[in-house]
Design a protein around this ligand. Structure first.
Ligand SMILES: N[C@@H](CCC(=O)N[C@@H](CS)C(=O)NCC(=O)O)C(=O)O
Length: 210
């Protein structure tokens, strides 16, 4: 059984989505960020960086003992390799999935995180908000271009790269962003958000904060 230490957050939701898509058994273990549970010594033993998600696999495909992993993109790659799903083996297509995963980790995710942090600042900082949203729009523009000629973000096959981007784009309204100017992203978002695995994972992830 795989355990996922998570909360109702954009980085957390990626992991149950992948697990639902792959049909792997798992259990979500809530880590209440509002109460600072990610900073406890017990949690930091799993992830010194004190952030969710963390995956614990007591039954890895090879090797002894358990695997404990942080960093949502690394977890997605681990699960794809474990299940043999959502990561193509052909090197060019596999490279494209990694391109999007790295773009996610170094571009889209930091832009959305910055915009989220600015959006909850008190007192409000309109200039900082405008700057942060401009960067969100820039990265959404890049993705819109990618999706102009492809069904999914790494070519025409759904992959872990779609799951990575979905995690943050799922929260676009919360940071005050709109997909209206990005019709290809909107089309992709509508399609991904209605997949049964995504609906189930989102529901279970949101329940962590109830
Ligand atoms: N690069 C990490 C980022 C993880 C991350 O930022 N997690 C947030 C929730 S989405 C968190 O745990 N924040 C709590 C904190 O910073 O104290 C990943 O992709 O997993």
């Amino acid at each position: 059984m795989i355990e996922v230490f998570a909360f109702a957050t954009p980085n957390s939701v990626k992991v149950p989505i992948a697990l639902e898509e792959m049909g792997l058994d798992y259990r979500l273990v809530p880590v209440n960020l509002r109460q600072g549970e990610q900073k406890t010594a017990a949690f930091k033993e799993m992830n010194l960086n004190a952030k969710v998600p963390v995956l614990v696999d007591r039954d890895p495909k090879s090797g002894d003992g358990k695997v404990v992993l942080s960093e949502s993109a690394a977890i997605l790659v681990y699960l794809a390799e474990k299940s043999g799903q959502l990561l193509p083996t052909e090197e060019g297509r596999r490279g494209k999935v990694f391109e999007q995963l790295f773009f996610h980790a170094s571009g889209l995710s930091p832009a959305f995180l910055q915009a989220f942090q600015v959006s909850i600042q008190s007192p409000p900082q309109p200039e900082a908000k405008e700057r942060a949203l401009a960067e969100v729009e820039r990265v959404l523009g890049v993705l819109n271009h990618v999706l102009e000629h492809h069904k999914y973000v790494a070519d025409n096959e759904y992959s872990i790269a779609d799951i990575a981007h979905f995690g943050w784009i799922w929260r676009h309204q919360a940071i005050g962003a709109s997909l209206d100017k990005f019709p290809n992203v909107r089309r992709w978002y509508g399609e991904v958000s209605t997949r049964s695995a995504v609906v189930a994972a989102v529901e279970k992830t949101l329940a962590l904060a109830r």
